[in-house]
Design a protein around this ligand. Structure first.
Ligand code: CA
Length: 230
């Protein structure tokens, strides 16, 4: 269990997420990532089981289930006023995504997707559906406040540029996981970056200097970066 906590500090505890997916490998990854991020996670593999469950704050709903049509399930969940619904579709099923959004889905993810993207979508729908209280990623002495955009190290505020903030957010969402350069560039630059990757190194160097703990951001040669254990 890492030291990260992405839950919203509501009276009723961490936000709950229900994963509805019939592919065990994907389910395992989703459950692991969400649990590490501090959510109360449960999972089912069929549509019938979903309808028998208590409501969750967020339902991650694979549209390709073995028993009930995903769009139909989305419609039925929405009519029962469950929390937010994020549908998961395979590439090329654009019409399904549109239908799902029409039937009340709040957002969608297209397979294959990264953990960081999935967590960002979950946070976004929770922000819209739950009170916008503080939402803080914690790792050792590092605090990254996603609502205010403030970063502190051991209680001391570290002024960062927007790019530096985006980079530390990518890393702090799942400490210990190697985040590839491409993922960071996609998030921090909000689009694919066709320029030199060296730009990222410049920002990471500056970030390390400002955080005052150069070893906190580890370079994983040939792959990317990750946060070291505190
Ligand atoms: Ca499926």
């Amino acid at each position: 269990m890492s030291g990260i906590s992405a839950q919203l500090p509501c009276d009723d505890g961490p936000a709950s997420v229900l994963v509805v997916e019939d592919d065990p490998a994907i389910t395992t990854q989703l459950v692991r990532g969400l649990t590490r991020a501090g959510y109360a996670v449960s999972s089912v593999g069929t549509g019938r089981e979903v309808l028998g469950r208590p409501a969750a704050d967020v339902v991650l709903l694979d549209l390709g289930l073995p028993d009930i049509d995903g769009i139909e399930l989305c419609r039925r969940l929405r009519s029962r006023a469950v929390g937010a619904i994020i549908v998961i579709t395979a590439r090329g099923e654009e019409s399904d995504r549109v239908l799902a959004l029409d039937q009340g889905a709040d957002d969608y993810l297209v397979k294959p997707f990264g953990l960081a993207e999935m967590l960002a979508r979950v946070r976004a729908v929770l922000r819209r559906s739950r009170p916008p209280d503080d939402e803080v990623l914690r790792h050792g002495e590092l605090n990254v406040d996603l609502r205010t955009g403030k970063v502190t190290m051991a209680g001391r505020e570290v002024p960062l540029t927007p790019k530096e903030f985006a980079i530390i957010e990518c890393l702090a969402i799942d400490p210990g996981r190697v985040v590839t350069r491409e993922e960071i560039m996609d998030q921090a630059w909000n689009a694919h970056w066709y320029g030199p990757m060296k730009v990222l190194d410049v920002h990471v160097a500056s970030l390390r200097r400002k955080l005052g703990q150069a070893a906190l951001i580890e370079t994983v040669y040939g792959r990317g970066f990750r946060l070291a254990d505190p």
